[in-house]
Design a protein around this ligand. Sequence first.
Ligand code: PAF
Length: 283
Amino acid sequence: MEIITSKAALTERVNELIASKKNIGFVPTMGALHNGHLQLVKRCVSENDVCIVSVFVNPTQFNDKHDLEVYPRNIEADAAKLESVGCAIVFTPTPDEMYTKEEQEKVFEFDFAGLDKVMEGKFRPGHFNGVVQVVSKLFTLVRPTRAYFGEKDFQQLAIIRRMVDVMGFEIEIVGCPIVREESGLALSSRNALLSEEERKTAAHIHAVLKESVQFLSQTSLEELRNAVVNAIDAKEGLRTEYFSIVDGKSLRELDNWNQSEDIVGCITVFCGKVRLIDNIRYK
Ligand code: PAF
């Protein structure tokens, strides 16, 4: 496995691969890799000639400096995991390699047709601008045929799909199912910040969401939404930031179950100081 840290060296390798008619699969990550990432990489390896993974903690998508500072980093462990699942190239630039000074200071404002104004976008202003800034740059460098994203970041996936349409990237965006611990807790790099006790507490999030599916036909959307929030907040150590039941494509918040055939509940919960996200499909 090759480890590349400069844009110039990556461009050279990508040029060679494209000249020899290899198709490239790409998995962008911020490192601190867990089994969820490795599932994306395994799928990428099996569906493409060459798999490239980026490991880059992107400063422009963090609106909270503290969150950026404590974000777990361990490139040696990440590289070993990537090698074990057949990744061919890891691209791990520094922020100064990735961005000019101006780009780090002022992120170009993308238009997401409102997709970025709800949920994560509402609570983390500017977050998706940073995500699209880095992913569009990475797509331009890596020139993949397919790129793989986890469905845990449901809103991010919807925004990346829109970005690809609007910017005209000829890249197939592959959404991959959430990978969970045995307890039901969705795998996330942030889980590394949870204590053993908090990890058990956090498993309650998925348990409540999963249980809520069976009440779909008996309760109004509003009642179900309140019931989920109350059940999660009743557990000591958990606090819901938002729980939105939305149309899976437009991310428009819904009032009743008949408004869409594609309905997803997206939640963010603080477990102690750690912010966790998850979602559940209702229809
Ligand atoms: O999902 C993530 O880890 C990040 O948002 C991504 C897509 C790698 C961009 O930094």
